[in-house]
Design a protein around this ligand. Structure first.
Ligand code: NAD
Length: 291
């Protein structure tokens, strides 16, 4: 296939390289001038999009996606498919899908989980929103860049699934970390805490697969000085998107709101930027109960 790839950053570059490695003809553009192995670099987003069967975007946020879509959609050939893999707000995803539809293009919002390791290894999970036909057009590429693709529903459904998942992730990470810090203060050995909780009703992905306590459970960023992994500022971004969506949909999400406030404080005021999101545990360790 002829593929245009816009946004060759930490995630986009390895994803584009995997498509090229699989034998697709990939043309790429990034404002920062970055490129990827096997990808032909061009000077504008419109050039990367013109005449392609599929155009993929992997960009920082919804505003940038909207501005890139404004130049890319008119450059694309009717019948082609636009796949946005960025994590953006549901409204931007739906607006871009409507714009693509009006231009006779297919469109899929397909945010990913799996991080930089998943992008490099081709093991991402895609959560997709859009028509069945657009999803089918995108599916062979999801199979190269990832190990799983779930068609979640119409436009915006992929972003909705992503932010709901990450709201659960942020909340459970905080709960796991504050419980470890409490256990410490009660004199409970961390390994015993893990042995009990990981096989009891308090178990979760954050405890069992990504334990925030160094030396306990499977290897995780905690064992590597809390080097990400999944950076606290990316969790902050996703919790902001889930609260933005909750406000727009009039949904009551008090735990998500509390998690957003804590990650904001951690990233903006407490040196959490650049650390893994599980570094909430050393944060709680050093704190006392507010009076
Ligand atoms: P990144 O900042 O490394 O990459 C984004 C790229 O977009 C940059 O190279 C930037 O130069 C480029 N860009 C910005 N504006 C542009 C424009 N107008 N035209 C062309 N290129 C432009 O970010 P990333 O880590 O690759 O993340 C990309 C997206 O994936 C984000 O939405 C992020 O939330 C999501 N995501 C990231 C991870 C992760 O672990 N990094 C995991 C899941 C999802």
């Amino acid at each position: 296939m002829q593929i245009g790839f816009i946004g060759l950053g930490n995630m986009g570059a390895p994803m584009a390289a995997n498509l090229a490695k699989a034998g697709h003809n990939v043309t790429g553009f990034d404002v920062a001038g970055t490129t990827a192995e096997g990808v032909t670099q061009v000077a504008t987003a419109a050039e990367a999009a013109a005449g392609q069967d599929i155009v993929i975007t992997m960009l920082p946020n919804g505003d940038i996606l909207r501005s890139v879509a404004d130049t890319v959609i008119p450059a694309m050939t009717a019948g082609a498919t636009l796949i946005d893999c960025s994590t953006v707000d549901v409204e931007s995803a739906r607006a871009v899908a409507a714009q693509a539809d009006a231009a006779g293009l297919g469109c899929v919002d397909a945010p990913v989980s799996g991080g930089i390791g998943g992008a490099a290894g081709g093991t991402l999970t895609f959560m997709a929103g859009g028509s069945a036909a657009a999803f089918e057009a995108a599916k062979p590429l999801f199979d190269i860049m990832g190990q799983k693709a779930v068609h979640c529903g119409d436009a915006g459904a992929g972003q909705a699934a992503k932010i709901c998942n990450n709201m659960i992730l942020g909340v459970t990470m905080i709960a796991t970390c504050e419980a470890f810090a409490l256990a410490d203060k009660l004199g409970l050995d961390r390994q015993k805490m893990f042995d009990v909780v990981s096989t009891s009703s308090g178990y979760s992905w954050t405890m069992n697969a990504y334990c925030p306590a160094p030396g306990v459970g499977p290897t995780s960023p905690a064992d590597n000085g809390y080097t990400p992994g999944f950076a606290a500022e990316l969790m902050l971004k996703d919790l902001g998107l889930s609260q933005q969506a909750a406000e727009a949909a009039d949904a009551d999400t008090p735990m998500g709101q509390a998690a957003l406030a804590l990650y904001r404080q951690f990233v903006e005021d407490e040196d959490g930027r650049g650390k893994d999101f599980s570094a909430m545990l050393p944060r709680f360790e050093t704190r006392r109960r507010p009076s």
